[in-house]
Design a protein around this ligand. Structure first.
Ligand code: PRT
Ligand code: MG
Length: 220
């Protein structure tokens, strides 16, 4: 196989995923030579001529990998659950960008009583699929309203009774007088690999996957 066919493209999002993936890449001997925070470039070169990094929105990582525009990528479990995982092989939990997905309500709202009384709750979230499944499994009736950000505002302005969002330190909830009432699941980021690339580019991918796996054990 020619060198060109063995070129690998890794999809990452800016911010915490990029930063927390850098040490894993270094463990595989790969150094990214440009900084996405200061450069406006969307294609970043590395010290390895056969590996490049593309910078995409966090929720778009699975799509680039699914269609083979990237051979592999790093995405949160939250994002992967919403995407559905079609066309993706998910070999490794990288134990990075950890947080949890939770239900939160306005301070003073009696969530437990509302649930017990069978009230129909209005919930705002970016994670409609995961939220739907969670409330269905509990037998709670909900009207889900999809938002793309600032979910915390929903209960404060009367748009919703509750939010389903990611929580890490809890300071965003506190700053907006919201309280966490239910933890839905723990979240971390996963390596995802295009299924065809895994077969066709195995030779080049395998050592990188192994290095990622070894290095990520430190975070578990
Ligand atoms: O920001 P953008 O809209 O482009 O996309 P994104 O928000 O999906 O990307 P990014 O980079 O913010 O998050 C990428 C991934 O990091 C997510 O898919 C998660 O898997 C993971 N992650 C880990 C988090 C957090 N921790 C986190 N705290 N993603 C988001 N948050 C947000 C949360 O939504 C809330 O607004 O941080 C706020 C809460 O943080 P605390 O510390 O105040 O509790
Ligand atoms: Mg964000």
């Amino acid at each position: 196989m020619t060198q060109e066919n063995q070129q690998l493209t890794l999809a990452l999002s800016k911010g915490r995923i990029f930063e927390e993936t850098l040490p894993l890449l270094e463990a595989a001997g790969i150094k990214v030579t440009e900084d996405p925070e200061t450069s406006r470039k969307l294609i970043l070169q590395t010290n390895d001529a056969n590996v490049r990094v593309i910078i995409v929105r966090a929720s778009d990582v699975p799509t680039y990998v699914q269609y083979g525009a990237a051979d592999f990528g790093v995405a949160g479990k939250d994002v992967l659950l919403e995407h559905g995982g079609e066309g993706l092989y998910q070999p490794i939990d990288l134990h990075i960008a950890k947080c949890r997905m939770s239900v939160a309500v306005k301070d003073g709202f009696d969530y437990e009583s509302a649930v017990q009384q069978g009230a129909r709750l209005r919930v705002v979230t970016k994670y409609v699929e995961t939220a739907r499944e969670h409330f269905a499994s509990k037998g709670v009736h909900v009207d889900l309203i999809k938002l793309y950000g600032s979910m915390e505002l929903g209960p404060l302005v009367g748009l919703a009774d509750a939010i389903v969002d990611l929580v890490s330190t809890g300071s965003t909830l506190r700053a907006n007088h919201l309280v966490e009432v239910e933890r839905i699941m723990d979240i971390s980021s996963r390596l995802v690999v295009n299924k065809a690339a895994l077969k066709l580019k195995r030779e080049r991918l395998q050592p990188i996957l192994e290095a990622f796996e070894q290095a990520s054990k430190r975070h578990s």
